[in-house]
Ligand binder design. Structure first.
Ligand code: 8YV
Length: 322
């Protein structure tokens, strides 16, 4: 007889998604910490699909503990917390939720850029602290329209950011793993060179081992005391220690950050800096986009359970695991 196997939830998920997985798919929650070994002893053999998010993912240890696993379905476009190389080796399919969040993430990048250069969050704090009548006009800030912007990672999201900023009369250039064929924007073959020629560097590259500290100390130094860094990708793509040091010493003008290396923790040193705008990883966080991400997550799961394929695969499932 055909045995579909179990769906396993790994890590915290959007509550409505978690509820649907429980009610419609009889999915189980992987316990955190202590109960995990006992749970795996009982259920590991039956699990064929995992639903997780970029926050948690499936590492080599968990993947190895699930011998019949056929698909890892991610809520989110990023999947750097999952060992994709091992999944590929084992024929385990991996999916994400591309496209549906591109607009909101690009909107956030532009909003964060404007906030950082114009100091809106700092100005808001100024008003709330009652300083306007006491200290007078807020200090002058930096013009956004017409600035030179370098995009690190000209994928779906990077391109959407570039298109939006073109509307602000910004001159756009980019760095990418490889030159993007047909792109109207000039390609620069290193991050350091890109940083040296722009006012603002916007990070929109995928996370993971291949991009760790891609924006390194040398790139941040090249950006310089009048330069700004905006990051809506992953904290790991930037040398965070160097970033903090340069911001603290005034060797970078400012930064707008939606992502950090150790979320949900944010480095203490950044909290005191008025030149920095800090967001709690909200770029895709609208009602509309999160609903679309949820629907696409479930479509991937349905496809896998029905036919062993994925709707939006980053790794195609090789074996039909039932
Ligand atoms: C989060 C994101 O994943 O899609 C991504 O890669 O970083 C975000 O959309 C989302 O909050 C789910 O964890």
């Amino acid at each position: 007889s055909l045995q579909i196997g179990r769906v396993l939830k790994v890590g915290p998920l959007k509550p409505s998604l978690a509820a649907t997985l429980t009610e419609k798919y009889d999915a189980l929650d992987l316990p955190l910490g202590d109960g995990r070994a006992d749970f795996l002893g009982e259920y590991a053999e039956s699990v064929t699909a995992v639903v997780t998010s970029g926050r948690t993912g499936v590492d080599a240890t968990l993947m190895t503990a699930l011998p019949r696993l056929g698909a890892i379905v991610h809520f989110g476009v990023g999947y750097d917390t999952t060992d994709v190389a091992l999944a590929e080796e084992r024929g385990i399919g991996v999916s994400n939720t591309p496209d549906v969040l591109t607009d909101c993430v690009a909107d956030t990048a532009v909003g964060l850029l404007i906030d950082t250069l114009r100091g809106f969050s700092a100005a808001d704090r100024y008003v709330r602290a009652g300083r306007w009548p006491v200290d007078g006009n807020f200090p002058l800030t930096r013009r956004v329209s017409g600035t030179r912007v370098g995009i690190v990672g000209l994928g779906r999201i990077g391109s959407a950011i570039a298109n939006r900023l073109s509307g602000f009369g910004c001159s756009i250039s980019y760095h990418n793993r490889r030159e993007v064929p047909g792109s109207v924007y000039p390609y620069v073959d290193s991050v350091v060179k890109l940083a040296a020629g722009v006012d603002v560097l916007v990070v929109a590259a995928a996370g993971g081992k291949g991009t760790e500290k891609l924006v390194d100390r040398a790139a941040l130094e090249a950006l310089g005391p009048d330069g700004y860094l905006i990051n809506v990708a992953r904290g790991t793509v930037v040398d965070e220690e160097a970033l903090i040091e340069l911001l603290t010493e005034g060797r970078l003008a400012g930064a707008g950050l939606d992502v950090f290396t150790d979320e949900p923790h944010t480095p203490e040193a950044l909290l005191a800096l008025d030149t920095v705008v800090l967001l709690p990883h909200v770029a895709s966080g609208t009602v509309e986009t999160r609903a679309a991400m949820e629907a696409l997550t479930l479509r991937n799961l349905d496809d896998f359970l029905a036919s062993g394929t994925l709707t939006t695969p980053v790794v195609e499932p090789r074996a039909l695991v039932r």
